[in-house]
Write a protein that binds this ligand. Structure first.
Ligand SMILES: [Mg+2]
Length: 366
């Protein structure tokens, strides 16, 4: 597949409601899309960096800059998705930008050859069970209303964002209102210290599936210490930046579950390696989410159909985040999303919807 160039397209997609985590509040998804253009097909990748470097060091303006200045020029001679990471290996970091570029090339390649991303990655299911991530609210009543709405929509697992001052009480309230059968977990997005272990151990009473990333992303030994002091399984998100990092965290006892996000680890091919490392160690994985549009969602659903993804992911329906998505919407069916069956990532942007939310475009010829 001969590539002729790449388009960088920045979009601004309004969220249905503000989404608050321990990092901050978002009201609009400021996202970068990468379109790889080849002789016979084009492909899309979504960069999951946010406007500001709050989840990780990456942010949208930096992604645009590093793609334009270094990554796209390095694509000369690249013809397959598997060649992207080696071509970018000398550049440190910027995994979200790398992932978007690799996904775009991989999508174009698979479309050229009529193959699906799901099949390429090794998916074994045609639909995946879905959970939903519920942000921090102003009141418990507001939280209970939101959780009730998601359960009514059919979500099979609830994840509550927590931070100091919003942790034990909201979990207790959800358990009391909706019962012990709801699959429930929490995500702290690095908001605690290992000295909070006794406080966090209060969560053990609520039979949670897991507590996600309680400590700083670099504090692997802290997570291992915490895992000895709390019974709730520790899951890592921000800390797991590669298959090597996953192997180290597992062997140090820092986690017993792993959240896989392709943007965080540099792409879907590295995500598959993390899946393989975890399966080999008996560690369950699940698919995280970064408020993706339908483009990123499609690829995440394909990944979540691999056999080691044994817990429901944050692969929510499009309506969880967007009133109008830039692709045909993903709609929940009995708590599941169907794995796309079309070539490549299996979906394409709707031209009018895409144009309506486009902030800027830039064409880079190879
Ligand atoms: Mg998380």
């Amino acid at each position: 597949m001969k590539l002729t160039g790449f388009e960088l397209r920045r979009i601004a997609l309004p969220l249905v409601a503000p989404f608050r985590t321990s990092f901050g509040t978002e009201t609009t998804r400021d996202a970068l899309l990468v379109r790889a253009v080849g002789a016979d097909a084009e492909g899309w990748g979504e960069c999951v960096a946010m406007s500001a470097p709050l989840y990780s060091s990456e942010y949208v303006d930096a992604a645009i800059d590093v793609l334009r200045r270094y990554f796209v020029p390095a694509m000369t001679g690249v013809e397959r998705g598997t060649q992207v990471a080696p071509a970018l290996a000398k550049f440190h970091g910027h995994r979200m930008a790398k992932a978007a570029l690799e996904t775009a090339v991989l999508d174009a390649e698979l479309r050229t050859e009529g193959r699906t991303l799901a099949r390429e990655l090794g998916a074994v299911h045609d639909r995946v069970p879905c959970g939903v991530s519920v942000g921090i609210m102003d009141s418990i009543d507001e939280l209970l209303t939101a959780v009730g709405g998601y359960l009514d929509e059919g979500y099979l697992r609830i994840k509550l964002k927590i931070q100091p001052g919003w942790d034990i009480a909201p979990v207790a309230a959800v358990r009391e209102r909706y019962g012990d059968d709801v699959l429930l977990q929490v995500d702290a997005n690095t908001a605690y210290a290992v000295s909070d272990a006794r406080h966090l151990a209060q969560l053990d009473a609520f039979d949670l599936l897991l507590i996600e990333q309680p400590l700083d992303e670099e504090d692997i030994l802290g997570h291992a210490e915490l895992a000895r002091q709390v019974e709730t399984p520790i899951c890592l998100d921000e800390s797991i930046t590669s298959a090597r990092a996953a192997a180290a965290a597992i062997s140090l006892g820092a986690c017993s579950i792993v959240n896989v996000k392709p943007g965080r680890v540099g792409g879907y091919l590295e995500s598959r390696r993390i899946h393989d490392v975890c399966v080999a160690n008996g560690i369950p994985v699940w698919a995280g989410g970064m408020l993706e549009t339908g483009l990123g969602r499609a690829a995440n659903v394909a990944l979540a159909a691999l056999p080691g993804f044994t817990l429901p992911g944050d692969t929510s329906g499009s309506s969880r985040y967007y009133r109008t998505d830039i692709t045909a919407p993903f709609t929940l069916d009995a708590g599941h999303l169907a794995v796309p069956t079309g070539p490549g990532i299996g979906v394409e942007p709707l031209p009018d919807e895409l144009a309506a939310v486009t902030v800027s475009t830039e064409w880079l010829t190879l």
